[in-house]
Design a binder for this molecule. Structure first.
Ligand code: PLP
Length: 401
C-alpha cells in the first residue's frame, strides 16, 4: 500500500496532524514544520464591507483572538481529529472548558446529573457557583449506571462524567450511561483528562461532548494551563460564539502552540507513564505499610474489567493509603525527595499530593467519606523518570512511617 493510502496510526497523527497555515498571502509556500504562533490579538479587514461581512458570519476571516486564532484553529483541528469529533474549542483552562460546556447546555432552572467524584474545582463549580445561577446539580455514584437514571428529572439537560475520576479512579460505563441519557434526549459529557484520546475516545463510546484539562497530559510538561471541548460542529459553534464570546476564557496563541508541541509526544509519553505506573502499582501493592492501592490496571480494582473494555491502557495515575492514615500519608509526602509535592498531574515530573487537603479540599469531611476519598489517600501522578528512581524514593519515604 502506498504511504498516502494508509490510515496513519495515532503517533503519526499526533506528529503530522493536519497541516495548516502553509501559504503566505504572497503565494509563497511556507511549510513550517512547527505550526507558527500567531501572537496577534486582532486581524485586519480589507475594508468596512469586508469587516461587516465577517461580523454577519458571511466571511470566515479571523476577527479577534477571543473568538479564534490560526494557531488555536490548528490545535482544535488536531484535537477534533484525535477525539474523532466534528469540531473542538480550545479555551484558557479545564475549568473554563467546564463552565463553557455547562453554560452552552444549561440555563437558569436546569439540572445536571454528575458523577460524585470529580476534580475538586468541578465539584465547587457544581455545588457553589452554578446554584447561584439557578442551575442545580445532583452528584451520584456513577459506578452503578442505574443511579444516573434515578437522578434524571424533567429539568436535566446534561450528564457530566469524569472517567477515571480524580482521585478515586472510579470508572463510568460510558455506553451504558449514554444509553440511559439518550433515551431522555440528554447529552453526555465525559472529562477525558486522565485517559487522553490515546487511551479512550468517549465520542466513539456514545458520549456527545469530550472535555480535557489540557494542562495535564496533552501539554505534558507542567508549563501550560488550558482546556479543550470536542463535540458536534453546531454545538461547538454555539459554545464559541455565545458562551466563550461573552464569558471570555480564551486560550493564548502561545499556549495553543505549547499544546500542539505537547501533542507530538503524547503517545510516547503515555506509554512510559503507564509502564512506570504499572511497576509502581505492583511495588506499592506488595509494600507492608501500604494498605490499599487504587490503579485500574490492577486486578484488585473493582472495575478492572470495565477499564480493559473501555480504555486502551490504564493511565499514569495511582492513589494509595498507608498504615497510620492521614498522618502517616503526610509523612510520606513530606519526605519524598525525587517526587514533587504539588497539585496538577500528567507532567513529565512525578507529582504527589494529598487530595483531602489540596485538590479536593472543596469536599466537606462527610462528602469525602461518602464518595470514597479516604482522608489519608495519597495521589501519585507517575512521571517519566527512571522507574527505579521513583520506587527508591517512595521506598525511603515509606520507611519513615
Ligand atoms: N478535570 C480534571 C479531571 C482535573 O484534574 C482538573 C484539574 O486538576 C480539571 C478538570 C480542571 O482543569 P484546569 O486546572 O486546567 O482548569
Amino acid at each position: 500500500m502506498k504511504g498516502k493510502d494508509r490510515n496513519p496510526g495515532f503517533a503519526t497523527l499526533c506528529i503530522h496532524g493536519k497541516k495548516h497555515l502553509n501559504k503566505h498571502e504572497s503565494g509563497r509556500p511556507i511549510r513550517a514544520v512547527s505550526t507558527p504562533i500567531f501572537q496577534s490579538s486582532t486581524f485586519a479587514f480589507e475594508n468596512v464591507a469586508h469587516g461587516a461581512a465577517v461580523f454577519r458570519g458571511e466571511d470566515p476571516s479571523y476577527v479577534y483572538t477571543r473568538l479564534g486564532n490560526p494557531t488555536q484553529t490548528a490545535l482544535e483541528t488536531e484535537l477534533a481529529y484525535l477525539e474523532k469529533g466534528e469540531a473542538a474549542l480550545a479555551v484558557a483552562s479545564g475549568m473554563a472548558a467546564a463552565t463553557t460546556a455547562v453554560l452552552t447546555c444549561c440555563r437558569s432552572g436546569d439540572h445536571i446529573v454528575a458523577g460524585d467524584t470529580l476534580y475538586g474545582g468541578t465539584h465547587q463549580l457544581f455545588t457553589q457557583t452554578l446554584p447561584r445561577m439557578g442551575i442545580t446539580v445532583t452528584e451520584v455514584p456513577v459506578q452503578e449506571p442505574a443511579n444516573v437514571a434515578a437522578a434524571i428529572t424533567k429539568k436535566t439537560r446534561l450528564v457530566y462524567l469524569e472517567t477515571p475520576a480524580n482521585p478515586t479512579l472510579v470508572l463510568s460505563d460510558i455506553p451504558a450511561i449514554a444509553e440511559i441519557a439518550h433515551r431522555k434526549g440528554i447529552p453526555v459529557l465525559v472529562d477525558n483528562t486522565f485517559c487522553t484520546p490515546y487511551l479512550q475516545n468517549p465520542l466513539e463510546l456514545g458520549a456527545d461532548i469530550v472535555l480535557h484539562s489540557a494542562t495535564k497530559y496533552i501539554g505534558g510538561h507542567g508549563d501550560t494551563v488550558a482546556g479543550i471541548l470536542v463535540g458536534k460542529a453546531d454545538w461547538i459553534m454555539t459554545a464559541r460564539m455565545e458562551i466563550l464570546r461573552d464569558v471570555g476564557g480564551c486560550i493564548s496563541p502561545f499556549n495553543a502552540w505549547l499544546l500542539l508541541r505537547g501533542l507530538k509526544t503524547l503517545p510516547v509519553r503515555m506509554d512510559r507513564h503507564m509502564e512506570n505506573a504499572m511497576e509502581i502499582a505492583h511495588f506499592l501493592s506488595y509494600h507492608p505499610k501500604v494498605t490499599r492501592v487504587i490503579y485500574p490496571g490492577l486486578k484488585t480494582h473493582p472495575q478492572h474489567e470495565l477499564a480493559k473494555r473501555q480504555q486502551r491502557g490504564f493511565g499514569g495515575m495511582i492513589s494509595f493509603t498507608v498504615q497510620g492514615g492521614r498522618e502517616a500519608g503526610s509523612t510520606v509526602m513530606d519526605n519524598v525527595q525525587l517526587c514533587t509535592l504539588a497539585v496538577s498531574l500528567g507532567d513529565v515530573d512525578t507529582l504527589i499530593e494529598h487530595p483531602a487537603s489540596m485538590t479536593h479540599s472543596t469536599y466537606s469531611e462527610e462528602e469525602l467519606v461518602r464518595v470514597g476519598i479516604d482522608p489519608g489517600l495519597v495521589r501519585l501522578s507517575v512521571g517519566l523518570e527512571n522507574v527505579e528512581d521513583i520506587i527508591a524514593d517512595l521506598r525511603q519515604a515509606l520507611a519513615l512511617i
